[in-house]
Write a protein that binds this ligand. Structure first.
Ligand code: GUN
Length: 294
């Protein structure tokens, strides 16, 4: 029988822990950690994410600022707004919600954020520091997955891991974190992607599989070995006549087929998703403590 990795309960517990830390910080005369989010345009998914991030900040006692800009904003104006946040000493962490409109160079905006305030961990300085094992802000989704594995006492050392998907935000950092020489890591990792031949040959040998390719129900039962740990990062919205909203979320894993073979598996929703926001909160708390870049 498999055990469900409950990201919802785990993230709620971590939020309580962060709220307690903030309380102690304030009692010791410190200031509230402050996260600033920049939202360009009115993309539905981005609106939802940013609203959840603001709610989570409020819950743990952070200050949060939302800078809203129209999708006609120029790159120059956006760079200027990022610079203002960089200079604002009260702001500890900055995120610019992606994707940005096509006339704006996303990479340029990411690189404009001060690495010391880059709580998304997207700046090349943070990516580079993470790769060589220095303290860094780590991208929220892979950081959340590591936290989940740790909290469920799932060992990675010496294990064989298959990461499916090589995005800068999830797959690539995930493969590095799982293989790094550190307290948690020390796994042998295969990073699989759209040009990987015979993917099944790799996944069916893996002790831990992280599916992060963004294709609904891609990982099927025949691709997984008995006793595997399966982490599902997918969130594809599909129409549904069974829900009130008219749509539902599907993961990258065909849950009904895969779960019976697993020792542990994350559900969608309620698995990795809620952990992502918690990682962002943790990074913001770290940023406010100014301990990462000494
Ligand atoms: N868009 C989708 N995921 C993310 C994220 O983690 N951070 C930002 N800034 N934008 C996103």
């Amino acid at each position: 029988m498999y055990q469900l990795i409950d990201g919802k309960t785990t993230s709620a517990k971590i939020k309580e822990e962060i709220a307690e830390e903030v309380k102690q910080l304030i009692e010791a005369g410190g200031k509230k950690p402050h996260l600033a989010a920049v939202l360009v345009g009115h993309d539905g998914a981005s609106e939802t994410y940013v609203a959840s991030k603001e709610r989570a900040c409020k819950f743990v006692g952070f200050n949060s600022t939302l800078v809203r800009l129209e999708d006609t904003v120029s790159e120059e104006e956006l760079l200027q707004r990022v610079n203002e946040l960089n200079k604002n000493e009260d702001v500890d962490g900055i995120i610019v919600q992606l994707p940005l409109p096509s006339h704006i160079n996303e990479q340029k905006i990411i690189e404009a954020i001060l690495p010391q305030k880059d709580v998304d961990g997207f700046h090349p300085v943070n990516v580079g520091r993470m790769v060589i094992g220095l303290p860094a802000f780590v991208s929220a989704t892979p950081a959340g997955i590591i936290e989940l594995l740790k909290r469920y006492n799932i060992e990675s050392s010496g294990k064989s891991c298959a990461v499916i998907g090589r995005s800068n935000i999830v797959g690539k950092p995930m493969s590095i974190l799982l293989s790094q020489k550190a307290d948690f890591g020390n796994a042998t990792v295969t990073l699989c992607h759209s040009r990987t031949p015979d993917l099944k040959e790799i996944t069916e040998k893996a002790d831990i599989i992280v599916a992060a390719l963004g294709k609904a129900e891609f990982l099927t039962g025949d691709m997984v070995k008995q006793g595997a740990v399966v982490i599902d990062v997918g969130i594809t919205r599909v129409k549904s006549d069974k829900t009130k909203s008219g749509w539902k979320l599907l993961g990258d894993v065909k849950f009904d087929e895969v779960a019976p073979k697993c020792s542990y598996i994350t559900p969608v929703p309620g698995g990795v998703g809620p952990m992502t926001i918690v990682s962002l909160l943790k990074n913001t708390l770290l940023a406010s403590r100014k301990e990462i870049f000494q």
